[in-house]
Ligand binder design. Structure first.
Ligand SMILES: NC(=O)c1ccc[n+]([C@@H]2O[C@H](COP(=O)([O-])OP(=O)(O)OC[C@H]3O[C@@H](n4cnc5c(N)ncnc54)[C@H](O)[C@@H]3O)[C@@H](O)[C@H]2O)c1
Length: 335
């Protein structure tokens, strides 16, 4: 489907579910971006989930979002259970404003929901020539190292910096071997997941996405990944006032209340310490890119480069929508 046609359709669906026009546009843009960068687990496959949560009043379609100024640099946002896209949009813009005024912006968000891709917000800061680190927690999916029970989310870690070229450096990675969204997409499409990424509920390795969703996902790099997931839970859950230690609700399966996801946005000027940052980062990247390469790698890419090229290619094409999602869209518009 052409983006020109899809976008008004999504806006119409969100408006029908009670979001105002501005919030509907923000949400539609975030979903389309996820499709364009190839993050299908965070794109249209989640549309029905968001609408179901709004209908069941566990996402507040008319939130009264409060922004508390702690200092010129620091703000604390209570998102009042808004859709996560809206909370994150307000938060990154606030962090950018604070950073422009004082050099650094620090914004914590509580009572939010799933906001999609951290990199989407990081790009906004990097486009303004700022460096950023963004954290969000997520519902239990990963067992802390040594435990038999899932508690940490796939808790992505995101770092973005200008590169002196038009391609931003965006390291945006979940700490699980595989993104939970990808497992959900595989389950919906009856596909297998790779080996070594999940265990079933009895602790046995599995390639069945449905069994993986009932079991545990494995963290990257054993106890190191578990430690990183814990760090993200502290930064985005404990520090912000949001849910933490396994309290963030699963958006697909738990309608007993709002998710209470937390996010933390850190944004700062790239030239705070060295005026010639641009020259230094260009030099850093070109040094690494010129290294001798292993045979199977034609080019050393920096994080974010692959998504940038994917986006550029996909923006010229139609978005392919599978039958399950087409059915969702029809029902959400006409029912
Ligand atoms: N909101 C949430 O609750 C939540 C939870 C988990 C993940 N996410 C989002 O899901 C998205 C996908 O996460 P993921 O872990 O599957 O990402 P991924 O594995 O696709 O990519 C991870 C990082 O590696 C980089 N990369 C990939 N191939 C590369 C290569 N050949 N050379 C150099 N760098 C390369 C990417 O640019 C990216 O920065 C992220 O945007 C993340 O924010 C959101």
């Amino acid at each position: 489907m052409k983006i020109k046609k899809l976008k008004p359709l999504l806006i119409k669906i969100f408006k029908k579910h009670g979001l105002n026009i501005e919030h509907s546009k923000i949400s539609a843009n975030a979903l389309i971006n996820a499709e364009l960068v190839g993050a299908y687990g965070h794109g249209l496959s989640r549309l029905k989930m968001y609408c179901d949560r709004i209908s069941k009043k566990v996402i507040n379609p008319k939130p009264k979002i409060k922004i508390k100024k702690i200092s010129q640099s620091i703000s604390h946002i209570d998102a009042n259970n808004s859709i996560g896209f809206v909370a994150a949009d307000i938060a990154i813009k606030k962090a950018i404003d604070n950073a422009k005024k004082t050099g650094i912006g620090l914004v914590a968000v509580k009572n939010s929901g799933h906001y999609g891709l951290s990199g989407y917000y990081a790009e906004q800061a990097v486009k303004k020539n700022l460096i950023t680190m963004i954290f969000t927690n997520a519902p239990p999916a990963i067992a802390p190292y040594g435990s038999l029970k899932s508690l940490f989310g796939t808790n992505p870690i995101c770092f973005g910096t200008p590169t002196g070229s038009k391609i931003p450096f965006i390291l945006d990675t979940s700490i699980s071997m595989i993104n939970r969204g990808k497992i959900r997409v595989a389950a919906r499409n009856n596909q297998k997941i790779p080996e070594g990424v999940a265990l079933d509920q009895f602790g046995n390795p599995t390639t069945d996405p449905k069994k993986a969703l009932k079991g545990v996902q494995l963290p990257i790099a054993g106890f190191r990944g578990s430690g990183l997931a814990w760090m993200v839970d502290i930064l985005s859950g404990v520090v912000t006032g949001a849910g933490h230690a396994g309290k963030v609700k699963d958006p697909f399966d738990d309608f007993s209340g709002p998710q209470n996801v937390g996010h933390l946005f850190i944004v700062f000027k790239s030239n705070l310490f060295e005026a010639n940052f641009k020259k230094r980062i260009k030099n850093n990247i070109s040094t690494i890119k010129r290294l001798p390469k292993i045979r199977s790698v034609p080019e050393i890419l920096f994080p974010g480069e692959n998504k940038f090229y994917r986006y550029k290619k996909n923006i010229k094409k139609n978005i392919i929508i599978n039958q399950n999602i087409k059915n969702d869209i029809k029902k959400l518009i006409y029912n």
